[in-house]
Design a protein around this ligand. Sequence first.
Ligand code: SF4
Length: 330
Amino acid sequence: MKPLTYERPATLDEAVSLLGRGEVPTSLLAGGTNLVDLLKLDVESPQLLVDVNHLGLDRIDDTPNGGLMIGATVRNSDLAADPRVRERYPLLARALLSAASGQIRNMATTAGNLMQRTRCVYFMDATKPCNKREPGSGCPAVEGASRELGLLGTSDSCIATHPGDMAVALVALDAVVHFVAADGAGTIPIGDFHRLPGDDPSLDTTLPAGAIITAVEVPPLAFASTSTYRKARDRRSYAFALASVAAAIDVDGDTVRDIRIALGGVSPRPWRAHAAEELLRGAPATADSFRAAAEAELAAATPTGENALKVDLVVRLVTGVLLELTGSER
Ligand code: SF4
């Protein structure tokens, strides 16, 4: 048992000040659904835990333009059950409900979900080398167990996947992460929030050191009412995605007017399928178009021997979801 100090600030200023001191390795504690595992496995060893559960960041507010401002410590189950989320952003509600278990969703928070770490088996085993956990030690996954790992945006240094579902929907929705730090408040578009590994996989996100996420803003998107999230996994519940897709589509007659597609389980970041979207805007809303767009998105994939199955899986997921949303057999 390693000793650590626990602090429970009552205000955001106090929390920022505790983080800003930077005297000892510090972690933020919200729902703890990932962090406590990492502590037990010795993957993370902070000397200070700052509990952010009592800072009043647990509200879901309407924004003046018709979007939502989701507080950092809103629980996943509360967010999934919110009637505004269910009505305006079905892909977000479904992504949340596809994750983990009911008990975990009751604890897990919005910000914690964004900050959760990869479940790569080598990362989670402190006796193994891993560039993400111990920079420069190597990446055994490249030649090892990689069936669950990534094939888009990966590098020789790391092929981990971001394990979340919620973030995939948020990327499709162009959400914005709000934070505060000692030198003021800031925002990061969610598409820039999770980093690709390059030659330094140790940093998962672009959140500045010492910053605390306060909220996630979801802008209005009229056609998000025609949206969904589908997840392929090894069992029906309590499993991470082999691959997933969040999609929203706006069809005018037989033509795609606008579309959002994001993929999960295939990259170190929730993957916005820009190439597929580009091909589909103005294209016929048919199975052939959907399949061709998905295949174009996957053209840049660099699968390992073990995870090559994900290429076909993603193409089938994207095609199936878009056919379902357009009510089409075409
Ligand atoms: Fe570590 Fe990334 Fe390699 Fe997994 S894929 S062992 S997280 S460096």
